[in-house]
Design a protein around this ligand. Structure first.
Ligand code: HEC
Length: 152
């Protein structure tokens, strides 16, 4: 590379980074003011201690492949989870549960959800929920906070 070209590119890089820092400042301010934006800017699944519900909504992406959570939405591979906190296990209308969940006698409190998500097959041996284990406790807490926020 010619020295002149190298100099020009360094100048361009400096110019770009200067533009970048000017453009970022107001974005960061917006992010701080809007909890939803904080979660959206975090890596998928990263817990955000400042707003667990928003962080849980992001982390729920790992569940959304199988679970809907909107009110009245059709169940997928897994049952609709709208309003799951406080309801009896195996009670989403129209979903064909495993006998293991149906006969578990569990009511999905936040504590029961925590042990279930930590290890579904250990909590309910024979469950057909084959994925979705969340080993990270703060991440589980965020997902559960999000689920608890889904009320009619
Ligand atoms: C690969 C698909 C899949 C993924 C991913 C998955 N689940 Fe499930 N889930 C299921 C299935 C299938 C069932 C029904 C289990 C049964 O009948 O034994 C279920 C059941 C549940 C139940 C019990 C619901 C009820 O009505 O009793 C909860 C709670 C739950 N899942 C939460 C989650 C969460 C939270 C995540 C993400 C961290 C997740 N699941 C990820 C497939 C999945």
């Amino acid at each position: 590379m010619q020295p002149t070209a190298a100099f020009a590119m360094t100048g361009l890089a400096l110019l770009l980074s200067a533009c970048g820092s000017r453009a970022e400042a107001p974005v960061e301010q917006i992010v701080v003011r809007q909890p939803g934006a904080v979660a959206a800017s975090a890596p998928v699944g990263a817990p955000d201690a400042g707003d667990p519900v928003a962080a849980g909504k992001v982390a729920f992406a790992a569940c959304a492949a199988c679970h809907s959570a909107a009110p009245g939405a059709a169940s997928g591979i897994g049952p609709n989870l709208h309003g799951v906190v406080g309801r009896a296990a195996g009670s989403a209308p129209g979903f064909s549960y495993s006998p293991a969940i149906s006969k578990s006698g569990i009511t999905w409190t936040e504590r029961e959800l925590d042990t279930f998500l930590a290890n579904p097959a250990a909590k309910v041996p024979g469950t057909s929920m084959a994925a979705g284990q969340v080993t990270d406790a703060p991440r589980r807490a965020a997902i559960i906070a999000y689920l608890a926020s889904l009320k009619d």
